[in-house]
Write a protein that binds this ligand. Structure first.
Ligand code: SF4
Length: 496
């Protein structure tokens, strides 16, 4: 049987679909995804490969832990001084010829970008893979306004052509294998060579031919940013394919959408993050393409530069002294690659553009948890709390601690009203455990479980409300001897 997390069963309303909120709870979505063996095989292969690469390159650095401490300290400093650093960034970016726009939410950011594109007269933009633009649903919004957004990152292009959704922060098409990608190219890409195979080189060449036409004709590009440097007004994008470099240099107009938490105080701070990020994300010693831009240079590169500074719930997260640590995230995806829950369900089960352990803490904070019908209220339970994400995180975000805190808040929010099956089970357990005689009687009753369990020593079905447990996992048979009986036997001198 399937084994995964302990989410209390909840009823879920069908919330309108949004990039940060799915239409069903994590357990419902996870159950569906788990039934797809191809998906599980694709994920297991991909995450195991990235994990091994990461472990090898991290192991080369004697000062890895010191780097993680530095990254964590810099991010804590940024969160403590964010308003001041944002103003510093705005002044420096403006002084070098760029224009800064402030967007309180997704709607405002989408409107700003659309107006900027319209002002150029273009009806197509090329895009660099960006979590911020996914978070606001920019591609869909632009399409409604008659503007085509063409993804240029290979994995993002596969997702776009396949009319699919990304399922990983860094490898959006991680759930697809080579054969599936070939089929998507053949059916959706114009001008694909006859007899295209699923050889990675052939697939890359097909994508390159497709994209090169777009690069050479595009007048506007839209990017995200991995980092914004407050003291110099610099923006930074790191990527592996060179498509980003093309987008950042060829078009006349460049529009960047950046979450306000992406700032670093000084240019020197990049030294720490450009070591932490590639090792944690792709298992590379250094990033293949690191692009930095600080303003307009006449006759060289984009002549019209914009950055949209996106809040979209970040201020609320920042105001939360416990939860603000989630804003330290540099989106490396190391926590996804080590998470046993993510590895089995994939990213679509989380219903948000931010999947995996970081998504389980960041998404509910950005959107708030609106009662137990809210699918995002189930996300903090989408974890075994094994701690692997904390060990892998390059900026030492204590994700398990944040998950537990969010679980406590979700339970507190639901106090009062009619108790559900879970609450009734907890109350019954509390009544039994608060009296030694009752507890001793219950222990005797537990022995019945050995008979129910049978030869394999596993109980797979229990009646309600305990069925909430066995729907997701087996219950081991009780031991032949209870702790109290063992104690009496081994400590006769302590018997009164
Ligand atoms: S939480 Fe940490 S490990 Fe996960 S994506 Fe963010 S920085 Fe990477």
């Amino acid at each position: 049987m399937t084994t995964f997390l302990g989410v209390p069963l909840r009823r879920h309303a069908h919330a309108p679909e949004s990039p940060l909120r799915g239409t069903e709870s994590f357990p419902q979505a996870a159950r569906r995804e788990l039934a797809n063996p191809q998906l599980r095989a694709n994920l297991a292969h991909a995450t195991a490969t990235i994990r091994a690469k990461r472990a090898a390159v991290v192991g080369e650095l004697a000062d890895w832990e010191a780097l993680r401490d530095s990254g964590s300290a810099i991010k804590a400093d940024v969160m403590a001084r964010l308003p001041e650093l944002l103003e510093q960034f705005e002044a420096a970016f403006t002084a070098r010829g760029g224009t800064v726009h402030w967007a309180a939410d997704a709607d405002e950011a989408n409107r700003i970008v659309t107006e900027l594109v319209r002002a150029t007269g273009a009806d197509e933009v090329i895009k660099i893979k960006s979590m911020a633009t996914q978070e606001i649903g920019l591609n869909e919004y632009l399409e409604e306004q008659g503007i085509a957004a063409v993804e240029t990152d290979l994995a993002e292009l596969i997702v776009q052509l396949g009319h699919d959704k990304p399922s990983h922060i860094l490898v959006p098409a991680i759930h697809r294998n080579r054969t599936e990608i070939r089929d998507i190219f053949v059916s959706e890409m114009t001008g694909v060579v006859e007899g295209l195979t699923d050889d990675p080189r052939e697939l890359a060449m097909a994508a390159r031919t497709h994209l090169r036409r777009k690069f050479l004709s595009a007048r506007v590009a839209v990017s995200g940013a991995n980092f914004g440097i407050a003291d110099t007004g610099t923006l930074c994008v790191v990527e592996s394919e060179g498509n980003g470099r093309m987008c950042l240099t060829l078009p006349d107009t460049l529009i960047t959408v950046m979450g306000i938490e992406k700032l670093l105080p000084t240019f020197a701070d990049l030294e720490v993050f450009l070591q932490l990020l590639p090792r944690s994300s792709t298992g590379e010693r250094m990033n293949p393409y690191t692009s930095l831009w600080s303003g307009v240079t006449p006759g060289d590169g984009p002549q019209d530069l914009h950055v949209v500074l996106l809040d979209n719930g970040r201020t609320n997260a920042l105001a939360d002294e416990v939860g603000r640590a989630a804003l330290h995230c540099i989106r490396c995806s190391a926590c996804l690659n080590v998470c046993p829950v993510y590895e089995r369900t994939g990213g679509h089960a989380y219903g948000s553009v931010y999947p995996g352990p970081i998504g389980a803490v960041l998404t509910p904070q950005l959107t708030g948890m609106q009662g137990h019908d809210d699918p995002n209220a189930s996300l903090p339970y989408a974890s075994s709390l094994c701690g692997a994400c904390y060990d892998a995180c390059p900026v030492k975000i204590n994700i398990p601690e944040l998950l537990v805190e969010l679980r406590a808040r979700s339970v507190d929010d639901e106090r009062g009203g009619m108790p559900g099956g879970w609450d009734a089970a907890m109350k019954a357990a509390s009544w039994v455990m608060s009296d030694p005689k009752r507890f001793a009687a219950a222990e005797k009753g537990l022995q019945l479980g050995r008979i129910v369990a049978g030869r394999d020593r596993k109980i797979s079905t229990l009646p309600p409300p305990l069925s909430g447990w066995t729907q997701s996992r087996d219950l081991p048979a009780p031991p032949a001897q209870t702790f109290r009986a063992w104690w009496r036997e081994t400590h006769p001198e302590e018997q009164a």
